[in-house]
Unconditional design. Structure first.
Length: 224
C-alpha cells in the first residue's frame, strides 16, 4: 500500500462512526461471559443512568476497572467536556435542545439512600473513571446484573477489561415503569425495599428485555 493509500485508510477509519449495534452485541457477549457458571442470561441491553440521577458521594463511588484517573486523563476529558458545554450554550443549539426537551418531566429520578437497591444500582452506573466503557444490564434467572465493558480510546470497539459492578436478586425487583413521556428508552425500576431509580436504555432492541419484568407499568400509571 502506498503512503497516500495508508494515510487515506487511516483518515477514513478515524472519521467513520462506530457501528453502535455491533458494539452493543459484542459488549453483551463479553459481559455475559463474566457471570458465574450456570447462570443463564435471559436478556440484556446497554444501560445508562437517568440524566438527572445524582453522582454518588465519595464513599459509594468506585474507580472503574480498579484504575484511578490520572491528571492527563482528566485534562483531556475535561477539554472534551468544555467543548460540549460551549456547544450547548450556543444560542441556536440551546433553542434546539429546549425544543427537544419540551414537556419533559423534571421531577426526581430516584428514591432511596445510597445503601438501598436503587442506590447501589445508581452508584454502579456512575463510577469514577476517564476511560470509555459501556454498562450492560443483564437479566438472568436469578438476578439483575450490571457489568462494565471497557472500550478502546476512540470508543469504536470493545477492548480491555470487563468487570462486574452490581447485582440485585430477581425477587427484589418489584416493578418497571416505561417513561417514554420523558424520553424514549427511559424506564424506572422499583425494588422491594421501596427504592427506585431511573435508567436509560439507548438505541433500539430493549423491548424484549423489559418484557421479562413481572410487573410493567405505563407512564400514565401511578408509581406504586
Amino acid at each position: 500500500m502506498s503512503i497516500g493509500g495508508a494515510l487515506w485508510s487511516g483518515l477514513k477509519a478515524w472519521v467513520t462512526p462506530p457501528d453502535r449495534h455491533a458494539l452493543v452485541r459484542e459488549a453483551k457477549a463479553r459481559a455475559a461471559a463474566l457471570l458465574p457458571p450456570g447462570e443463564t442470561v435471559v436478556d440484556g441491553h446497554t444501560v445508562e443512568p437517568g440524566e438527572r440521577v445524582p453522582h454518588p458521594p465519595k464513599p459509594y463511588r468506585v474507580d472503574a476497572f480498579g484504575i484511578r484517573p490520572t491528571a492527563g486523563d482528566r485534562v483531556l476529558n475535561g477539554a472534551e467536556r468544555v467543548e460540549l458545554a460551549l456547544d450547548r450554550v450556543n444560542p441556536f443549539n440551546a433553542a434546539l435542545d429546549a425544543w427537544d426537551r419540551r414537556g419533559e418531566d423534571r421531577s426526581a429520578q430516584w428514591h432511596g439512600g445510597w445503601q438501598s437497591a436503587a442506590g447501589r444500582l445508581a452508584a454502579a452506573l456512575r463510577p469514577r473513571t476517564e476511560k470509555k466503557y459501556l454498562s450492560v444490564l443483564l437479566l438472568t434467572g436469578v438476578g439483575l446484573h450490571v457489568v462494565r465493558v471497557q472500550l478502546s480510546s476512540d470508543g469504536k470497539k470493545v477492548a480491555g477489561a470487563v468487570e462486574h459492578a452490581c447485582a440485585v436478586a430477581r425477587q427484589d425487583i418489584t416493578w418497571l415503569r416505561d417513561r417514554k413521556d420523558v424520553r424514549h428508552g427511559t424506564h424506572e425500576i422499583g425494588f422491594a425495599d421501596g427504592s427506585w431509580v431511573t435508567v436509560f436504555l439507548p438505541l433500539g432492541g430493549w423491548g424484549t428485555l423489559v418484557e421479562q419484568f413481572p410487573r410493567r407499568l405505563r407512564h400514565t400509571d401511578p408509581m406504586p
